[in-house]
Ligand binder design. Sequence first.
Ligand SMILES: C[S@@+](CC[C@H](N)C(=O)[O-])C[C@H]1O[C@@H](n2cnc3c(N)ncnc32)[C@H](O)[C@@H]1O
Length: 258
Amino acid sequence: MTSEVLKIRSLSGSLLRYPGGKGRHAKILASLFKLNKLQPKTFIEPFCGGASISLNLLEADAVETISLNDLDPMIASLWKAVFSTSDSKWLSEQVMTAPLTLEYWDYQKSIIPQTLRERAFQCLYLNRTSFSGLLHKHAGPIGGRKQDRWTIGCRFNREKLAARIEKLSSYANRVNFIENKPWRNFISQSITSSCFLYFDPPTTTRRIDFIDMYLMKMSMLYYMIIYLISVIFLGFCHMMIQKSFEICICLENKLTAA
Ligand SMILES: C[S@@+](CC[C@H](N)C(=O)[O-])C[C@H]1O[C@@H](n2cnc3c(N)ncnc32)[C@H](O)[C@@H]1O
């Protein structure tokens, strides 16, 4: 069991700083696939955000392809640009040269981007330079206006980010869809005969009705608890994981059909 869980040794993760990012769950999902003898071809994230699980599973070859979706146009634009050869090159160049100053942060905060690549860069820049990676209009710069304890560029490692963009863009031919739709619309387009759907909706939203959200959160919570119990009582792990897995799939089917 332990060796299965550790199969994905290094988690490179997302480009984005995402509050509550779930990259570490990639190891759990990889072991669930293995224990249940499942080989889903496509991993689908209708609420992708930082997309860290998809990216980790893709890089570990645990799935062949991924499909991403996010209702936030900034986030969807970023992934579209990263997985496009010309836009990813442009994005890396911007990462290497953009000023890491309060003036430029104010500029990025104020503009309404006219192109996809500009929106992608705005997303990446503001995510890496704003408090807690938040993109909403009230989020301030890292270090505040005084810039005394922390400076705006302390989470913006140019070389590392540019290298990550380049590495991710090399997987472009293994990305089926990147969309900017409400999750229900996206699912109907992206579902295939061999896929695994992973739901990580926001904690509160007016766009998703309460019961759907409650069911999705409960399924994730349930499977995390079962997983922990399984690790403690190794003898039962296969059966228990199988059970929780079925429930997750069941819920996902229900949501798909809804
Ligand atoms: C909790 S975050 C996902 C975090 C992600 N799993 C990670 O590890 O980084 C939820 C995401 O769902 C997006 N979202 C909110 N409402 C949505 C909707 N109705 N359809 C699709 N995406 C939505 C938000 O923009 C947000 O990025």
